[in-house]
Design a protein around this ligand. Structure first.
Ligand code: ADP
Length: 155
């Protein structure tokens, strides 16, 4: 069984993330969208809120599961029996960052393979960072986040 972990902060999940998962569904038997918990990092949404958002967005996708982990992504992959990581590339700075992480994970994760999908042009300007700024400034976020989480984000 081909299992992929899509790790991220998802603070909050955006249309860019959703598109990536949807495009990866035909490639894997199971995709685990996993919230990585880093106790040093400050988040806008709590872990519970982010997990609830992911559950809502992927409620109708049988092969997409939601999870959470602390510590190394490679350890979580091993626990879950996943041989693949899924990541998105929006631009050259994503590439520079992801390249190093992927090479490290390949070594420490016993040949764990990272599969990269290039973001669609209509989503490549979307980042959770920008979305958080718009939410804080009470701007319109509908264009950037999946409809299923609109209520949760704007309440
Ligand atoms: P992290 O904290 O690990 O960067 P994110 O939730 O910001 O977590 O991103 C998780 C993954 O989703 C990364 O691989 C990132 O490149 C990808 N991603 C983020 N935004 C988009 C987008 N708009 N289109 C495609 N991929 C994206």
């Amino acid at each position: 069984m081909k299992i992929a972990v899509f790790p991220g902060s998802f603070d909050p999940i955006t249309k860019g993330h959703v598109d990536l998962v949807n495009r990866a569904i035909p490639l894997f038997d199971k995709i685990i969208v996993a919230v990585g918990v880093n106790s040093q990092k400050k988040y806008l949404f709590s872990l519970e809120q982010r997990l609830e958002m992911l559950e809502n967005v992927f409620a109708n996708d049988d092969t997409v599961h939601v999870g959470q982990f602390e510590g190394l992504t490679v350890n979580y992959c091993k626990e879950q029996g996943a041989r693949y990581l899924l990541r998105g590339l929006r631009n050259a700075s994503d590439f520079d960052y992801e390249k190093t992480i992927s090479q490290l994970n390949h070594i420490i994760g016993d040949e764990l393979e990272t599969v990269f999908l290039i973001s669609k042009p209509e989503y490549s300007h979307i980042s959770s960072t920008i979305v958080r700024e718009i939410i804080k400034g009470k701007g319109k976020v509908e264009s950037f986040i999946p409809i299923e989480i609109l209520n949760q984000v704007t309440k």
